[in-house]
Design a protein around this ligand. Sequence first.
Ligand code: UD1
Length: 418
Amino acid sequence: MERLLIRGGHRLQGTVQICGAKNAALPQIAASLLSAEPLTLTNMPDVVDVHTMVRLMTHYGVTSTRDSSSVTLKADGARNVEAPYDIVRRMRATLLVLGPLVARFGAARVSLPGGCAIGARPVDLHLKALAVLGATIDLDGGYIVAKAPNGLAGGRIVFGSPSIGATQTALMAATLAKGESEIMNAAREPEVVDLAACLAAMGAQIEGAGTHRIRVQGGQALHAGRHEIVPDRIEAGTYAIAAAITGGHLELTGARLEHLSAVGEALEAAGVRLWPTDRWLMVARDGALRGIDIVTEPYPGFPTDLQAQFMALMTIADGASMIRETVFENRFMHVPELGRLGANITLQGTSALVRGVKALKGAPVMATDLRASVCLVLAGLAAGGETAVSRIYHLDRGYEALDRKLVRCGADIRRVPE
Ligand code: UD1
């Protein structure tokens, strides 16, 4: 195990290359199971979660070849077996194989998933979607058993609340379900739109991705496809906050401002400047930070995956900030760790009241999940003295070369054995 030693107080300046989105890559890797012909995904981020997903594919007999940042997945010899718990427990996105497996093979047995401990994270909406498309679902000793021996058939799936993963499960399964499917109250995140684009490149007929109502004409075999993964809006938002928290100036190449609208608005209200350049996106802060309130919401609202990072920023703002989490009920594990660095935060139910302090002071802290760990790194960049962040394997799950990218822009960070 490794940890990061951060000496704070350096203004970041330079250019950061934003990678393809991890959360777009994972469902698209699972989508390779839908066809016997190869799927090539370009702009693939080099992060542990992607490696885990590709390893899971190997288990299903999908071969993969990697060429710099593109991966080709071939599922011609795919077999329908039980997913090993040891892989599945590592991340929740492994659940995304369920839809493709039952759609292509008529049956699937997948362990209930693990992943970041940020709330109850049920799977009912995934199962509901498959049941509407004609699968029978049973739970057996910690496994989901889905069966559709005569194949799936199109149907009208109405979600009570929008779920990214369940929309992706529905979308993938619907491409092979005979006839028309409709997904109502679908998630509108760019990662859903990107999955639809990837499936379209494989021959699927999909309309309405990015809106609340997606329609799919399914039942045709999918063919070989090639798709470039959308840039990671959460990685871009994280580096935007890194610029802001250090009073720095960063150019984010590859970042798409249109995917960051709520984040951009919040940063500007807090005293950070963002503007598009000929090439991409600039973020800078010269003046004081102001405390502002945010509420996490499904897209296009403020993303829950940037809540922890934004909280780190607010710890040193003038005034107070109320941060309300509405997507996951238990996503405040970073709060006591930020407290160790001198932050003044009061938790009340699903809200955190952050009273800005003059300065943070370095201390040993522990990462508890992916976004919480990066929030501690950001806080460490602003804190005086040394911050040691342990358990950074969480960080490596979702950020490609985070410490190297920050060091190139002037941060003082060392990766050392635990
Ligand atoms: C995805 C992201 C994750 C992000 C989250 C919310 C991936 C791989 N992960 O996770 O980084 O934090 O979106 O933006 O893309 N829910 C149910 N029943 C279900 C499924 C979800 O009640 O069957 C609830 C969840 O508990 C949560 C809400 O729906 O409260 C949204 O979750 P969802 O959008 O499904 O998140 P994930 O797809 O798991």
